[in-house]
Design a protein around this ligand. Structure first.
Ligand SMILES: C[S@@+](CC[C@H](N)C(=O)[O-])C[C@H]1O[C@@H](n2cnc3c(N)ncnc32)[C@H](O)[C@@H]1O
Length: 279
């Protein structure tokens, strides 16, 4: 193996790179589990069980826990701890390569902060995720739940899920302590999605187009899509003025803009799909 690749592989398995900050405070472990509001028959998936601080109490509450861990040292230690607990399925794998089930599942996890975006992207695009409780970096949680977002991907998530940031967990409750504060994020699938799920990619294209310059007034941000007649009708439906900045729109207003585009605008005027932007 070339030297550079060997060095990279070594680095990618260090505790710091894997975000190995283990929770050791019982109060927080119970709070995280309580926030998941679990019922007996749920299938819970945990990303990165570590030494099982959350895994073992989770297994007491539900019929099935699947815990996916990348670090073989944790796998060895945790397998010994859980050998008599039949409802925990421990899998040695990179979660980003793990095949999610097609039936409904819940996620409860204190996630490795370095891969927050790919984890959320994988889960919040999946049709079988019903709810999730994440412990994540507080700053990332704030960006995801900020009142108005300028990130098209986060906006897409909000059309299907309600996202709320709860308690802050201070660094000293982890071992070793991370250099940032952490918080609990709750993700709950909406009873009714604000956009049809099969049109999520077209919605993403519209959101990326509109939010390309978030400070633009609405009438400039959507030029090229709506005719002036369609646009006047649209402003009335979303109860706003043409000069309001595009970044101030909420998810309900975006849902109306999208419905109007799908219903009244010729498909050749719809914005084209662009590549994903990082959260
Ligand atoms: C913040 S720790 C949480 C550990 C444990 N759940 C706890 O609360 O004490 C993150 C865990 O994710 C694991 N991990 C890191 N990257 C991973 C990946 N790509 N797939 C699965 N697990 C991963 C780490 O080894 C570590 O066990």
């Amino acid at each position: 193996m070339p030297k550079k690749q060997k060095k990279l592989q070594k680095k990618s398995h260090t505790p710091r790179f894997l975000g190995q900050h283990l929770l050791h405070n019982k109060f927080w472990i119970q709070t995280i589990i309580r926030r998941a509001n679990l019922t007996r028959n749920e299938h819970v998936i945990e990303i990165g069980p570590g030494l099982g601080a959350l895994t073992l109490p989770l297994a007491k509450q539900v019929t099935k826990v699947t815990a996916v861990e990348l670090d073989h040292k944790f796998i060895e230690k945790l397998s010994k701890k859980i050998c008599n607990i039949p409802n925990i399925n421990l899998i040695h794998k990179d979660f980003l390569q793990f095949m999610l089930p097609r039936y409904p599942f819940t996620v409860v996890s204190s996630i490795p902060y370095g891969i927050t975006t790919p984890i959320l992207r994988k889960l919040l695009q999946h049709p079988s995720l019903t709810k999730a409780v994440f412990v994540l970096e507080k700053g990332a949680g704030k960006r995801i739940t900020a009142k108005n977002t300028t990130n098209p991907e986060i906006l897409c998530w909000r059309m299907q899920f309600q996202l709320s940031l709860k308690e802050t967990i201070h660094a000293h409750h982890f071992s070793p302590p991370p250099s940032v504060e952490s918080a609990i994020l709750i993700v709950k699938r909406r009873k009714e999605s604000l956009i049809p799920i099969h049109q999520a990619r077209i919605f993403f294209a519209l959101a990326s187009y509109g939010l390309a310059s978030p400070n633009l007034p609405i009438h400039l941000a959507f030029r090229g899509i709506f005719t002036s007649r369609q646009f006047t009708h649209l402003l009335r439906s979303i109860h706003t003025t043409r000069d309001q900045a595009i970044r101030t729109l909420n998810e309900y207003q975006w849902a109306i803009i999208f419905q109007t585009m799908i219903q009244y605008v010729d498909a050749h005027r719809w914005p084209k799909l662009k590549r994903h932007k990082k959260v």
